[in-house]
Ligand binder design. Structure first.
Ligand code: PXP
Length: 243
């Protein structure tokens, strides 16, 4: 069974557009759970553009499924994560001007910092996932540094306009999944996934978890979060049961 992590950052983005109290990502998380979410994912960014420190605190107290905190390696955020105790953390690169997380974390180039962070979370009993591109060297180094999971960046697959490029990106993700499993990692995937493009990822990668945000929250505008999550679960299950 592929687990679904629902990213509720986008609900907080709407709240922050008016700097008010609604819509509350805490309500969104509860609705997502009722729709079948296995994991609630939030990203506490340095600039606090969507999720706030209060959201992290309240969600830690209210989320009944697993809570996954996405974060950069910034010391301030690492300290908040250690004090909060999410069920897992996902380390991502973070650039101030980006609209969303752009590329994977450069684990090879930042081995020392990443390894240090993994050890701190290890000591606190919090498993670490590294959000990386499906590049063999990045995957192998993630395993060497003691990560529990890698989340393979599906953005280039999701953004591919033509079928042949999509197939190429899918093959890279599939190969990366094989390398990760062989190295002892649990392999997850996410970014840019939608109701339309999730099927091949499920079938070819058979990931442990998928992390999906924008597409679910977009559909939720029309059908509500509970139903949007239920439909994504259905799309994933359908892909798994196809002959
Ligand atoms: N996984 C990671 C590591 C992310 O940073 C994001 C975006 O916050 C997602 C998954 C979800 O991406 P999307 O919103 O495109 O589904």
């Amino acid at each position: 069974m592929v687990l679904l992590g629902v990213n509720v950052d986008h609900v907080a983005t709407i709240r922050q557009a008016r700097r008010t109290y609604e819509p509350d990502p805490v309500w969104a998380a509860a609705e997502a759970e009722l729709g079948g979410a296995d994991i609630i994912t939030i990203h506490l960014r340095m600039d606090r553009r969507h999720i706030s420190d209060r959201d992290v605190r309240v969600l830690r107290q209210t989320v009944a499924v697993e809570l996954n905190l996405e974060m950069s390696l910034a010391d301030e955020i690492v300290l908040i994560a250690l004090a909060t105790g999410p069920d897992m953390v996902t380390l991502v690169p973070e650039n101030r001007e980006e609209v969303t997380t752009e590329g994977g974390l450069d684990v090879v180039g930042q081995s020392e910092r990443v390894g240090q962070a993994i050890r701190r979370f290890d000591d606190a009993g919090i498993p670490v996932s590294l959000f990386i591109d499906p590049v063999e060297a990045q995957i192998r180094r993630s395993a060497e540094l003691g990560a529990t999971f890698v989340e393979l960046h599906t953005g280039t697959y999701a953004n591919a306009h033509y079928a042949d490029e999509r197939q190429k990106r899918l093959a890279e993700l599939e190969a990366g999944t094989g390398v990760g499993r062989e190295a002892g990692l649990t392999v997850n995937a996410g970014h840019g996934l939608t109701y339309r493009n999730v099927g091949p990822v499920v079938r070819r990668l058979e990931p442990h978890e998928l992390h999906i945000g924008h597409s679910i929250v977009s559909r939720a505008v029309f059908v509500g979060i509970r139903e949007a999550v239920r439909q994504m679960k259905e799309a994933i299950d359908r892909a798994q049961t196809l002959p």
